[in-house]
Design a protein around this ligand. Structure first.
Ligand code: SF4
Ligand code: SF4
Length: 202
């Protein structure tokens, strides 16, 4: 009885009041996401997706939740981060819905609103990757991995210091960031794409 009292009880059924009006429309206004209204909930995407069994919401459910404005449920789900962008669902969808692009739009929104699961390394990697490309025009893989470990699991870096030192001394671990030559041109392109706000947007 005491244990039951201490259990964290969470409502699983969603109410109309949980919706965030306009969210679905905003996602559908992103380039490539406009076909979502024609989803017939056939479940082909979920059946095709190799990662559905690990997701808290299947791709079909995510499509339904977005359309119905369940913003918090979708942006906080692990589904969008487990999506490996394999495009199987997009290829098989009978309504030509670009599910993978919708997953990307949701990831970008979750990062922008800082509501991604903080313990998962995938959003950290996505954010650091984008930051590096925006500031240097390219990524330096070793530094990217280092950033990922420092933010996701810094203890792992400490425990691997001997390996890291070996890699640095043999020249296999590049510590100088690589960059493109004409960064200003990239900045101009990004600014055009993002209406003048290219820098720092992940
Ligand atoms: S396969 Fe396409 S139509 Fe079917 S549930 Fe998935 S998104 Fe909707
Ligand atoms: S693109 Fe993502 S959601 Fe679609 S099948 Fe691949 S992993 Fe699953």
């Amino acid at each position: 009885m005491v244990e039951a009292h201490m259990m964290k009880i969470k409502r699983t059924i969603k109410y109309d009041a949980d919706r965030v009006g306009g969210f679905g429309r905003e996602i559908m206004s992103v380039a490539g996401c406009d076909q979502l209204p024609s989803c017939i909930q056939c479940g082909t995407c979920s059946g095709t997706c190799p990662l559905t069994i690990y997701m808290d919401f299947s791709p079909r459910q995510v499509m339904a939740l977005v359309r119905a404005d369940f913003k918090n449920e979708v942006l906080r789900s692990n589904t969008i981060w487990l999506c490996a962008s394999c495009y199987s669902c997009t290829v098989e969808c009978p309504r030509q819905i670009r599910i993978t692009d919708i997953m990307y739009a949701l990831k970008q929104r979750a990062i922008k609103e800082q509501v991604y699961p903080k313990h998962m390394p995938i959003p950290i990697l996505a954010k650091e990757f984008a930051k590096m490309v925006l500031s240097k025009g390219r990524i330096t893989e070793t530094l990217l991995v280092m950033q990922l470990f420092l933010r996701a699991n810094w203890r792992a870096v400490l425990s691997s210091w001997r390996l890291g030192l070996g890699l640095i001394t043999t020249g296999r671990f590049v510590i100088k960031p690589e960059r493109i030559e004409r960064q200003a041109e990239l900045d101009a392109m990004l600014a055009t794409i993002t209406n003048g706000n290219g820098k720092g947007k992940a």
